[in-house]
Design a protein around this ligand. Structure first.
Ligand code: SF4
Length: 228
């Protein structure tokens, strides 16, 4: 349960966890030092790396929440409304020998664009720089996978209680077309989904044919025969 500050009530019913925002899963030494200083100052019981590449400071009493947020500054994430939980990003061409697309750059761009946007339900992105898919793109609300021909865009994946493999929406897109398509998909979702409806359930409810006729068939960079 989220506190009004954005912290998350823990299992003990008394203490809270504060989550950090770590774009593309990368941190500077200075940010790590801030994190360590805050963890020491407030004697947090545990610092946990989440599956979404974020740090969580666990075991913070309510009285300390405001000052923890203040001390963390821009590192702190406040989860007060359904929003982008994270952009999970693999190493890509920056570092990985298998990378064929720059996943970290795209992941940072997505983070920047949607960080402050509210959605009907939480939204997770997964960006992978090659078909090995270390960014788990097929089980994220919006997934991108780099190939030698460009970006594949996937929508409606979920790894939760009812897992769903996302639907491939388009392939072989340039970076800019992929970003345009992601924008149109998430706006369509924002405008048509019910409150708390994740993308997987949304796509199940409306059906891919409706998405195709109302959105995908209107986009010049998706050949009609390429829409599945
Ligand atoms: S998905 Fe490909 S580019 Fe990204 S880390 Fe895995 S192997 Fe490397």
């Amino acid at each position: 349960m989220a506190h009004h500050t954005g912290a998350i009530l823990q299992r003990d019913g008394k203490t809270f966890a504060v989550v950090t925002r770590v774009p593309a899963g990368t941190v500077t030494p200075e940010a790590l030092e801030t994190l360590a200083a805050v963890a020491r100052k407030y004697k947090v019981s545990m610092v946990k790396l989440t599956s979404g590449q974020r740090f969580t400071l666990i075991g913070i009493p309510e009285k300390d929440l405001a000052s923890v947020y203040k001390d963390l500054g821009p590192l702190a994430e406040k989860e007060t409304a359904p929003c982008v939980k994270y952009v999970q990003t693999c190493l890509g061409t920056d570092v990985c020998k298998y990378g064929v697309q720059d996943s970290m750059e795209l992941g940072r761009e997505l983070e920047k664009r949607y960080h402050d946007t509210s959605f009907p339900a939480k939204l997770k992105f997964g960006v992978s720089g090659c078909l090995r898919c270390c960014g788990e793109s097929y089980v994220r609300d919006v997934g991108l996978v780099g190939t030698t021909k460009g970006w594949t865009v996937i929508f409606g994946g979920n790894s939760g209680r009812r897992p769903s493999i996302g639907t491939v929406v388009a392939e072989n897109l340039s970076r800019d077309d992929a970003l345009d398509l992601v924008h149109r998909l998430v706006e369509y979702y924002r405008n048509n989904a019910s409150p708390k409806e994740r993308t997987a359930r949304f796509l199940e409810r409306i059906g891919f044919e409706r998405l195709k006729s109302e959105l995908l068939s209107l986009l010049p960079y998706i050949p009609l025969e390429g829409v599945r």
